[in-house]
Design a protein around this ligand. Structure first.
Ligand SMILES: Cc1cc2nc3c(=O)[nH]c(=O)nc-3n(C[C@H](O)[C@H](O)[C@H](O)COP(=O)(O)OP(=O)(O)OC[C@H]3O[C@@H](n4cnc5c(N)ncnc54)[C@H](O)[C@@H]3O)c2cc1C
Length: 374
C-alpha cells in the first residue's frame, strides 16, 4: 500500500499531526518509530509493582493556551495536579523556583522579612525575574540575595544539568526557572495543569485510534524508509541525522535514569526534589505523587545528566547557544529546499519545547502548511 503520509516519530509532534491528517484531511498515515513504544519522551508504563512511571523523567502537562488544553482534552480526562518542587540546600528543603517562602526557609525571620520588603518594593508582587538579571542589581542587599540564590541553587544545578556555566548558555535556557516574587509555591502558574488520568501512553492510544493511521514500531527511518511507499514525509527526528550530519553534529544533553523500587509507602514529600549541589544526580522523582496511587511500595528515579554520545544514549535537551543555533540554521536552510517534506518537533526544530508548545506547533503546522497542501 502507498500511504499519503509517512510520519517519522510517534511523540507529540508526529501523533498530533497524524490525528489531524487522519480526521480532518481523511488521508492515510503510516507512523514509524525506532523505539518499541508510542508517546515519545512522554511514554509511561506500569512497573512491576503497579506504579505508573514516566520512562523519560517526570512529565507534567501545563499550558495557558485554551486551544491546546481543549485539543488534548479530547483524548484524556485529567487528574488535577499542580507541580511543587523542593530543593535541598544545607540540609533544608526549600521551595523552587526560589520565591518569598524560600527566603523564610533559608534566612532568619527578621532577615527574610527585610529581604521580602526590598524585593516587593523593587519589583512588586507576582513578578518573575531571571536570576542573571537579579544579579545585575547595585543595591547591596538585593545583590546578597541574588548571589545566595545563584551560588546555592542556580550555578551548581546548571553546571550539573548542562555541563556548562550559566553564561555559556542561551538566555532562553537560563531564564526558564526565574526567581518568583510571590508566596505561590507552584512550579508552573499556567491556567491549565494536570496529569492524564490514565497516563500519557493511553492519551496517545486515543490520539492514534483511527482507521487511517497505522503504526510500526522498532523501525528506523534511515534503515527502513525505502521499503515504505508514501507521497509526503513528516519528519520529527533529529534534523542533523536526516542530513547525515553533513554540517556537523548538533550538541545535545542526555540523561541517565536510575529507577528504584522501595519497600515503603512514600519516599519524599513531593514528586520532585532537586539536589543543586551535593550528589551527581540533579533530582529524585517519586512517581506515585502524580496519580496518588495506593500502594505499600513506591518507585523513585534518580536523574543523572550526561554528555550525549551518538549511538550510546538519547538526545534529550538541545544545547541552545549562538554557535549551535547557527549550525541548526544551516540544516534548516537545507530542509526548506525539500518538496513534500515537513520538519517539526523538538529534535527537528532543535528547540526545548514543552509538551503544550509542541502540541501548539504541530496544530499550527497542520493548519498553515499541511491542510492546504494535502
Ligand atoms: C527529562 C524530561 C522531562 C520533561 N518534562 C516535561 C514536563 O514536565 N512538561 C512538559 O510540557 N514537557 C516536558 N518535557 C518535554 C517533552 O518531552 C517534549 O516537549 C515532547 O516529548 C516533544 O515531543 P516530540 O514529538 O517533538 O519529540 P519526542 O517525544 O522526542 O518524539 C520523537 C520521536 O521520534 C523518534 N525518532 C527519532 N528519530 C527517528 C528515526 N530516525 N526513525 C524513527 N523514529 C525516530 C524517537 O524515537 C521519538 O519517539 C520533558 C523532556 C525531558 C527530556
Amino acid at each position: 500500500m502507498k500511504y499519503d503520509y509517512l510520519i517519522v516519530g510517534a511523540g507529540f509532534a508526529g501523533c498530533v499531526i497524524a490525528e489531524r491528517i487522519a480526521t480532518q484531511s481523511g488521508k492515510s498515515v503510516m507512523i514509524i518509530d525506532r523505539r518499541n513504544h508510542i508517546a515519545g519522551n512522554a511514554y509511561d508504563y506500569y512497573d512491576d509493582n503497579g506504579i505508573l512511571v514516566h520512562k523519560f523523567g517526570p512529565h507534567i502537562f501545563h499550558t495557558s493556551s485554551k486551544k491546546v488544553w481543549d485539543y488534548v482534552s479530547n483524548f484524556t480526562e485529567w487528574i488535577d495536579y499542580e507541580h511543587t518542587v523542593l530543593a535541598v540546600i544545607d540540609d533544608k528543603k526549600v521551595p523552587v523556583p526560589f520565591n518569598l517562602n524560600s527566603l523564610y526557609s533559608v534566612f532568619s525571620k527578621k532577615v527574610a522579612a527585610k529581604y521580602e520588603a526590598l524585593l516587593l518594593e523593587k519589583y512588586g508582587y507576582g513578578l518573575k525575574i531571571p536570576i542573571l538579571k537579579l544579579l545585575e542589581n547595585n543595591n547591596p542587599d538585593l545583590k546578597t540575595i541574588a548571589e545566595y540564590i545563584y551560588n546555592n541553587i542556580f550555578n551548581g544545578y546548571t553546571i550539573k544539568q548542562w555541563g556548562l556555566k550559566p553564561n555559556e548558555l542561551d538566555f532562553s535556557v537560563t531564564s526558564r526557572v526565574p526567581v518568583f516574587i510571590s508566596h505561590d509555591n507552584r512550579y508552573f502558574q499556567d491556567n491549565y495543569q494536570g496529569i492524564p488520568l490514565k497516563g500519557y501512553t493511553e492519551l496517545f492510544r486515543n490520539l492514534l485510534n483511527n482507521r487511517n493511521i497505522e503504526i510500526t514500531l522498532n523501525t528506523d527511518y534511515k534503515i527502513n524508509s525505502s521499503s515504505i511507499k508514501y507521497n509526503k514525509l513528516i519528519y520529527t527526528g533529529p534534523i542533523d541525522e536526516f542530513f547525515d550530519y553533513k554540517f556537523g553534529k548538533l550538541p545535545y544533553r542526555s540523561l541517565h535514569f536510575d529507577f528504584k523500587s522501595i519497600n515503603r509507602e512514600w519516599f519524599q514529600e513531593v514528586s520532585q526534589v532537586n539536589y543543586p549541589n551535593e550528589n551527581e544526580y540533579t533530582r529524585i522523582t517519586e512517581f506515585k505523587h502524580f496519580h496518588r496511587q495506593d500502594s505499600k511500595m513506591t518507585t523513585i528515579a534518580y536523574e543523572y545528566p550526561q554528555e550525549f554520545v551518538l549511538g550510546i544514549n538519547e538526545p534529550y535537551y538541545p544545547i541552545q547557544n549562538d554557535d549551535n543555533n547557527e549550525l541548526f540554521k544551516k540544516y534548516k536552510v537545507e530542509s526548506e529546499k525539500l518538496k513534500n517534506t515537513y520538519f517539526v518537533g523538538r529534535l527537528a526544530d532543535y528547540k526545548y519545547y514543552n509538551m503544550d508548545q509542541i502540541v501548539g506547533v504541530a496544530l499550527m503546522k497542520y493548519e498553515k502548511e499541511i491542510a492546504n497542501n494535502s
